[in-house]
Every structure is written in C-alpha cells, then in structure tokens.
Design a protein around this ligand. Structure first.
Ligand code: NAD
Length: 321
C-alpha cells in the first residue's frame, strides 16, 4: 500500500493536475462511466463532530475508493488543528486490495476550486473581464486562484458578510497582478463571472444583482438548508451541476426546486457540456449557473492523481499490508 501524507500534498499537487482530474471525472459521470455511492454523514455524538464517507467508482479512470472524514468544530480552539479533517482511501478495482491512503484536507480545497474553474472554462463568456467573489474564508482563496487562470480577468470585485475578512482574497488577487475592489452586492452587476463560497443559510446574492451574460458558480451550499443565492436567480439562469441528485437535495437548487421555480429536469450535468452532448452556453446574454455540491469522485480523482505524482517523484511511502 502507498501512503501520501497530508504534509507532502502541497509540494506534489498542482492546480493544473486537479483541474484535469476533475474535468475528466465530471465527463465520466455524465457518460455513466463513473458513479457516486450514497453519502453517509453522521453526527457521532462526540466533540460535536460530523463524520461520514463519500465514495464512488470511475470505470473509465479505474478509480475506486472513498473519502472518510468530516467536521470537528472544536479542533482549532482546543488543539490548534483545522476543523475539516479527511483522508482518501483508494482500492484496486481488479482485486479489492487497498492501493493508497492519501491526506485529504488540502486536496478537498483544490478539487472544489477545480470544479468551479472547470465550470468557468466551459460556461463563462470568453470575453469575461470582471471576476466577482462572494466569500473570503478558507475555500475562497483557493477558488479565486483557480478562477483567475480561466480568463484574462482585469479586475476582481469582492463582497463578504464579514468585511474584515476581505483582505484574504484581496491579497490573492494582488499576488496574481489583478486589482481588487470591495463592492456592495449591487456592485456585483459589473461581474462577468461570480464565484460564491460561503457557509450561509440565507441568500446574499439576489437575482437583480446579476447581469445578463454572467456565469455564477455557487460552491458553498453542500447541505440541506444552506443557501447562497436567491432561488429566483436559478429560474432566470440555465443551471448546471456536478450531480443532479445532490444539486436538488443538498445543493443550491434545493430551494428553487422546493419552491416550484425549476424542476430536476432543468438541471444539466456539467460533464455533458465537457462531453459535447449538451451545448452549454447558447448566447452572450444568457445567465449560466453552476451548482457545485462536491462529490466523492472528485476526491478520488485528485487523490489518484497525487498518488501518480508521488510515485513519479519517488516520495510515496510504501508499506506491506
Ligand atoms: P470558512 O469558515 O473559512 O468561511 C466561511 C465564509 O462564509 C466566510 O466568507 C464568511 O464570511 C461567510 N459567511 C458566514 N456566515 C455567513 C452568512 N450568514 N451570510 C453570508 N456569508 C456568511 O469556510 P470555508 O472553509 O471557506 O467553506 C465555505 C463553504 O464551502 C462551507 O459552507 C463549506 O461547507 C463549503 N464547501 C463546499 C464544498 C463543495 O464541494 N461544494 C467543498 C468544501 C467546502
């Protein structure tokens, strides 16, 4: 069995490798070569932790496995550890033998950023110039770095519920050589692409804050009850997702579907656009919206990619098992 510890991931994994792995697995999901297993998520009654498993099998990439982990809210304060903890386990699909154990914390941020980045590549207007960010927490910095690589953005505008956190994303924009401006939500009308990544349970971005032709990536809503954008925006937009079942139950589309504004059939898989079986954006004034809910296959894809990189560089730890 190979081990790639959390401490080695930053030196091994690149945004380009994460992008490629996620793009390929979205395509495999849409062509039914890959599927996610039902998610297990339990409040374990200890340390207020939420623990669970996200697994799947990609027949095209021959990746089988699961990500185990969750959220330990007391970690930072009590132990100086990050609150989100996860590990990916990969298995040989021919034999069922365990192939690798891989640190999943940084990989989760990279695969989530890769998902919105893939959506920008395939759905945003080619001439997009202004990138809007809603959210300035841990994930937002990764989202911004990855999004900036997809178009020749000339400006980043940002809004956050806690404005004192905005320097987190301003620094990333400035490091990439792109000017940053803090705006109010009405100011988001200037954006050609908007990435939203917050832990909100009520909408911040309203339908009237989004101009025609904008691509919106909603990345924060991954649980029942969470919501980042007004449900009416989904009714105005052409909606895409990683997995329709998750989008309408735990993703941003849960609210629009519950309110009868859209139906499950109105939500298309981003993978179908990648495969060319869905036309994607059809005009320059259409609003496209990607509901990125986060699927286990994304975790497995980036973990398999980092195992290959670790083997290539001779740093994977091999143990008899
Ligand atoms: P974080 O705690 O570092 O940041 C939280 C962000 O949400 C901050 O910008 C904060 O200001 C904002 N926020 C908090 N309360 C708000 C409110 N009431 N209204 C509007 N904004 C509010 O968290 P993070 O690690 O950056 O994660 C952000 C979200 O992304 C979480 O909901 C997490 O579950 C989700 N997430 C999704 C995926 C996926 O695959 N889709 C993957 C990882 C994380």
């Amino acid at each position: 069995m190979l081990i790639v510890p959390e401490r080695d991931i930053a030196d091994l994994m690149t945004r380009a490798a994460a992008f490629e792995a996620v793009e390929q697995v979205f395509a495999a999901m849409a062509s039914k070569d890959a599927y996610n297993f039902p998610v297990v998520r339990e409040a374990i009654g200890h340390e207020d932790a939420l623990y669970g498993f996200k697994g799947g099998f990609d027949r095209a990439g021959l990746t089988l496995g699961l990500k185990a982990g969750g959220y330990w809210p007391n970690n930072l304060e009590k132990r100086g550890l990050i609150n989100h903890q996860s590990t990916v386990f990969l298995f040989d699909p021919d034999t069922g033998m365990v192939r690798a154990m891989v640190g999943g914390n940084l990989l989760t941020a990279l695969r989530t950023a890769a998902a919105s980045s893939v959506s920008i590549k395939h759905l945003a207007r080619k001439d997009a110039k202004v990138l809007g960010m809603i959210g300035a927490g841990h994930q937002a910095t990764f989202q911004l770095r990855a999004a900036l690589e997809q178009r020749d953005f000339e400006k980043v505008i940002g809004w956050n519920y806690h404005p004192e956190m905005l320097p987190n994303i301003a620094t990333v924009a400035e490091e990439a050589g792109v000017p940053f401006e803090a705006v109010d939500l009405e100011g988001m009308r200037e954006a050609d692409v908007i990435v939203s990544i917050t832990s909100a349970f009520a909408p911040s971005l309203l339908a009237d804050h989004v101009s025609e032709g904008t691509h919106v990536a909603c990345m924060g809503t991954d649980t029942k009850g969470k919501q980042e954008v007004e449900a009416r925006l989904l009714a105005k937009a052409t909606v895409f997702t990683d997995e329709v079942a998750q989008s309408i139950s735990i993703g941003e589309a849960q609210h629009a579907v519950a309110e009868g504004l859209i139906r499950a059939e109105d939500v298309a898989e981003l993978g179908a656009v990648i495969n060319g079986t869905h036309p994607g954006r059809s005009s320059d004034d259409q609003i496209t919206l990607f509901d990125g809910t986060g699927v286990g296959l994304q975790d497995l894809a980036v973990a398999a990619s980092v195992v290959d990189l670790a083997v290539e560089k001779g740093v994977a730890i091999e143990v008899d098992f």
